[in-house]
Design a protein around this ligand. Structure first.
Ligand SMILES: [Zn+2]
Length: 55
């Protein structure tokens, strides 16, 4: 089962969250439609938060 939140702006296909392209027309996704856009900041927060808390 795949999580499909975003629609392709090119062909209106419902895209998976993972991957860099539309599964239907292979158009490149917008940055905000990618998993990294949410995962990378979350990981950075998780790694930096303990440093602030232990002061
Ligand atoms: Zn598409």
């Amino acid at each position: 089962m795949a999580i499909r939140i975003f629609r392709c702006e090119h062909c209106d296909h419902k895209m998976r969250l993972g991957g860099d392209c539309c599964g239907w027309c292979n158009e490149y996704k917008k940055p905000y439609q990618r998993m990294y856009f949410y995962v990378v900041p979350l990981v950075l927060i998780l790694f930096t938060a303990p440093n602030f808390l232990s002061l």
